[in-house]
Structure formats: C-alpha cells, structure tokens
Design a protein around this ligand. Structure first.
Ligand SMILES: O=C(O)C(=O)C[C@]1(C(=O)O)C=C[C@@H](O)C=C1
Length: 361
C-alpha cells in the first residue's frame, strides 16, 4: 500500500521534473533571444540588468505561497537567472579575496553560481580591475552591523569614478576552525581578519582568554595559514572551511546573533529604477557649525528616508569633511532630483555614486 503510494508520488515528481526542465529551457532560449535583441540595438550592449533581476526576484517572493519559504524560492530563481545570463554573456566579478572570503560568498549570493568570481588581494585592486575593464563588476564590503563602516571602501570611492549598481546583505556566521594537524589542546594562536576578531571578542574572552589573537588580511587567509601550524586555529566562515578542508570546532561564535555585512556591487553602468531603490551620494563641505544640519534638513523637508550617513576626513584640505549619504529613492524620481538640486547649492561638491535596487535576497 505505502509502496504503491510512493510509486505514484515519484511518477508525479518525474512528470513535474520533465515540465520544469522544459520550462527552464524555454526560459533560457528566451534569454538568448533577449541577448540578440540587445546586440542588434547596440554593439556595446549591457546584458546584466540589476533592476530587472530585482523585479523578477521580488515578484517570485510576492507570488510564493509556500511550502518553500520566499528566500528559498528566490534563491532557486536567482540560480536560474544566473545561468540564463551566462548564456547571454559570461559575467566576471572581482571580489576581495582570497578564495573563501565572505565577499566571495556575497558575490555568489548576488550574481548566482554561474558568474565567474576573480579574487583580488585588496579593496583598491577590486576598484582598479573594474576600472581597467578586466572584469565588468566588483564586490566590496562597506559596513558591518557590529563593527561599523569599512573605511577603505569609502576612501576608494573618493579616487574612483565607478558607480554603485547594487547591494547585497549577508548574515555573517563565524566559526573556530582547525586543520587535521592542529593539536586542539595546545592552541596558542588564533588568526582572523581584525573585523572578525572584533565580532567575536566576547566569545574569545570567555573561551580562549590566553590565546594570542593575530589579525591577518582576511579570514580566508587565516584559514589558509593554519594548515601549516600545529598550534593555531582560525576564525572564518563556511566557505573558507569548505575550501581549505577545515573542521569547525565551535560554530556561530559571533557575539551578535544578527551580525551581518553589507556589500556593494561596483561597475560602470547607470541602473534604471526597479521600483524599490536606494541612492548613494558623496558630498564635501567646509567643517563649519551647522554643516551637517543644513544637509540633513533637505532630506527632512522632502520626506526622504536616510539609511546611512558616514563622515570621512577629506584628503583635499584639513578643514573639509566628506559625507557619504545613502537614502531611499532613485535619481529618476522628481523628488530625489529636487533634493539633489537643493543639496548641490549648499555643498562644495556633490557626486552621485549610483542609484540601485535595494538588496532583495
Ligand atoms: O531581461 C533581460 O534583460 C535579460 O537579459 C534576461 C534576464 C533573465 O534571465 O531574466 C537575464 C539577465 C539579466 O540580468 C536580467 C534578466
């Protein structure tokens, strides 16, 4: 009886799989046709369309009635679209490496696994590689919910004309990792990126107060390094553990359970409105009383939601300050245009870094 039921269900699944296969192939053929249309219109056609991808994923999440949850369903469609885009044009994405960093994880989350990810040794190298056209896009971390802004990334924008064409937020889970050579009762040194060590400070104080904490260039680098040292452990994420074949001896050791990092996608293109967008700008002005107030007032008067304000010292003069400001809306919106016009008249310099879809996944 149960055997008959199981057989019937499996026959049904086989039929559904055939239908899904055909539908995905139809969709892929459609994407190939889209590529031909784009190429006929413009020899320098842009195949990756972040606004369209965000709309497709949002619609999938809106329509989904379960039993798979919205994020799971969107992830499946994320991979289908990634494969479709690869048929149009294989996308190469530079990320802050080496292999196994959270930035690579973010790149895969945003572009899907059909994109080719290319590791770079530093944030400014990611900017340089995209600027030079060796890759079309780059992924860089910009802020962490526990440790705050990644100033290196903001500073790189000051020297670059690249645009922001997307954002992706990743939940960061840190693990304590050892290799097969590690003598677990003799761990005297723990390697990780400074930010990761800071994100696990309380846990380390409680569990490994005597171990020396050594900051290295990335947590993937930390994972790589312990392979040759019998007395060391590393703090890094799942991807690094998988790539370097390490064992997790303590999982999810981050002090804040909702620890997450926001990453930006950088490229050359202006992204049209997706219907739910953010804009990032950088303004510079003299450090005089009321400077920041005069900027914030413009947003308040026009009822535009600010999502982040960050100050960095300007390199062009000791009395100048630079503000990085993120807010809701797109430069195509008349209200945003009004805001930018007013701001422009109050500051020394204003540059729009980009309008882009709010992170969906
Ligand atoms: O709509 C497009 O412009 C497409 O190229 C199709 C498609 C998709 O698979 O849906 C693929 C890649 C783009 O980044 C956006 C969407």
């Amino acid at each position: 009886m149960t055997d008959d039921k199981l057989k019937g269900l499996r026959t049904k699944i086989d039929k559904l799989d055939r239908d899904i296969l055909e539908l995905i192939s139809d969709r892929a053929r459609c994407a190939q046709e889209v590529a031909r249309v784009k190429q006929n219109e413009d020899a320098a056609a842009v195949f990756y369309r972040p606004e369209r991808e965000a709309q497709v994923l949002r619609r999938v999440m809106d329509r989904n009635d379960g039993p798979l949850d919205d994020e799971e369903m969107a992830r499946l469609f994320r991979e289908i679209m990634s494969a479709c885009l690869a048929l149009e044009e294989p996308v190469r994405v530079a990320f802050l490496g080496p292999e196994g960093t959270f930035t690579q994880q973010a790149a895969m989350k945003h572009f899907g696994h059909s994109a080719v990810s290319v590791p770079m040794a530093a944030i400014d190298e990611v900017f340089r590689e995209v600027t030079a056209g060796a890759v079309r896009y780059g992924v860089v971390p910009v802020e962490n919910s526990t440790e705050g802004v990644i100033s290196h990334t903001l500073d790189s924008f000051m020297d670059s004309s690249l645009k922001i064409c997307g954002e992706v937020v990743l939940r960061i889970h840190q693990h304590l990792l050892v290799s097969e050579n590690t003598r677990r009762d003799h761990i005297t040194r723990i390697y990780s990126h400074a930010q990761s060590l800071a994100q696990c400070r309380k846990w380390l104080d409680a569990h490994w107060p005597m171990a020396e904490r050594v900051a290295v260039s990335s947590n993937a680098e930390a994972a790589k390094r312990i392979k040759g040292e019998w007395n060391s452990a590393a703090i890094a994420g799942d991807m690094a553990a998988d790539i370097y074949g390490l064992e997790k001896i303590s999982e999810k050791i981050e002090d804040q359970p909702d620890n997450s990092t926001r990453f930006l996608i950088i490229g050359h293109q202006d992204v049209p409105s997706s219907g739910a967008d953010k804009t990032s700008i950088v303004v510079s002005m003299r450090n005089q009383p009321g400077a920041l107030h005069s900027i914030l007032e413009v947003f308040h008067v026009h009822d535009v939601d600010l999502t982040r304000v960050e100050t960095r010292p300007s390199r062009s003069g000791i009395w100048n300050y630079v503000f990085f400001i993120d807010f809701e809306g797109h430069t195509d919106d008349p209200v945003i245009q009004k805001v930018l016009e007013k701001l422009g008249s109050r500051v020394n310099d204003l540059r729009v870094l980009g309008s882009y879809p709010k992170g969906v996944l």
